[in-house]
Design a protein around this ligand. Structure first.
Ligand SMILES: *Cc1c(COP(=O)(O)O)cnc(C)c1O
Length: 364
């Protein structure tokens, strides 16, 4: 088969393996895993690979993606707090939605009533990261209002940290959810079954046994796709970090200086670039660019190759030290960080290929 470039090779068995591994790690501590599908746009073969690993609950931030998965027999959670304007779709396509605005919850209640359904929600609590969530001191009052809505079932509390403010999850901030759950039990006389303690950044607490008792759900995307917890970037034992490999084709390779000639103004992205003079280097241009990838999230598989930079469609590499003799038409492979994977999977210009065989080149 002649491949089209740039492309991503997705190794499905590695994803199944990672999902199984993380599920088993979490289940041992009484924690359920919501497999998060947004980073790969809920591509159905990858979703299936995660389900094949034993995950029975899927989460995505976009309702279009949940709609795409409506034929799948698993629980579905909408991760981004709902838009009021999509209330009807939220009721139709998600079993559970995360919410933080009483007005939106009331709109969801109306939509659920119209569709003759009961809708489950998890109330998001801001424990310090300053993205979504009700402030702690307001939680009980909001819960009391939610309990008045008979087409809405409040089934839990959740939080999200690290993504915006970089706040690390710990015993104190996740412990707040447990304290609130108990307070709600005493004051409102209801037991909330789900305590959703964050994303892949919380996995390290499962690994080092510091997760507060009572946190019983994590929403895991990066952990499954890239095999890492995201508080410290450590590999999860027994997981693969190379289930996704990006490949691009060399379209120019020449020896050139490292400092441009002429007066330096703004580059194509409005930045004034600066250059370190490394003398004459062998430079390769790969046909991929910032429209498709995040440059600083690319990790060349050949660690003798480094990255000079990129514009919209051109990635410029330093291949002087590459042990392989490279020429025009050769293919360069990369691992990606989360941001780069997100961009590349979303880019219409990057072709996706799916491998069904477990290629055991590098077990992490
Ligand atoms: C994206 C997202 C997740 C998953 O994050 P990862 O770091 O990929 O595990 C979990 N919860 C919410 C609310 C999200 O938006």
């Amino acid at each position: 088969m002649r491949k089209e470039y740039p492309c991503i090779d997705v190794n499905l068995p590695k994803i199944t393996h990672n999902a199984k591994q993380i599920l088993s790690l979490c289940n041992k501590k009484g924690i359920d895993v919501v497999g998060v599908t947004k980073v790969f746009c809920a591509e159905s073969l990858i979703v299936q690979a995660i389900l094949d690993g034993g995950v029975t609950h899927i989460g995505d931030s976009r309702i279009q993606n949940l709609k795409k998965m409506s034929n799948l027999n698993c629980r579905k959670t909408l991760l981004r707090i709902s838009m009021e304007s999509e209330a009807e779709e939220v009721i139709r396509y998600s079993d559970i939605s995360l919410n933080s605005e009483l007005d939106t919850i009331k709109t969801l209640a109306k939509a659920a009533k119209n569709l003759d359904k009961k809708h489950n929600i998890i109330l998001m609590v801001d424990v310090g990261d300053l993205r979504e969530g009700v402030l702690e001191e307001d939680v009980v009052a909001v819960v009391k209002e939610i309990l008045k809505l008979d087409s809405i079932s409040l089934i839990g509390l959740g939080t999200n940290v690290t993504c915006y403010g970089g706040v690390l999850p710990d015993k104190d901030n996740l412990g707040k959810l447990i304290r609130l759950k108990n307070e709600i039990k005493d004051l409102c006389n209801i037991e909330l079954p789900i305590i959703s303690g964050g994303n892949s950044s919380s996995l390290y607490m499962v690994m080092d046994n510091t997760m507060p008792e009572g946190v019983n759900q994590l929403r895991v995307g990066e952990g499954i796709v890239l095999g890492r917890e995201t508080s410290f970037g450590k590999l999860i034992p027994g997981c693969y970090d190379d289930a996704f490999i990006l490949s691009g084709e060399i379209v120019e390779i020449k020896n050139k200086p490292t400092v441009p000639k002429g007066k330096i103004g703004m580059d194509a992205f409005g930045q004034k670039p600066s250059f370190e003079d490394k003398g004459i280097r062998k430079r390769a241009i790969v046909a991929i660019g910032r429209q498709d990838i995040k440059v600083d999230g690319l990790i060349p598989l050949d660690n003798n190759i480094s990255i000079f930079g990129a514009s919209s469609d051109h990635l410029i590499l330093d291949v002087t030290d590459s042990t392989k003799p490279l020429r025009v038409g050769d293919i360069i492979d990369f691992k990606m960080d989360y941001g780069c994977l997100l961009a590349a999977m979303t880019s219409f210009y990057v072709k996706k290929y799916y491998e069904e065989e477990l290629a055991v080149a590098s077990m992490s």
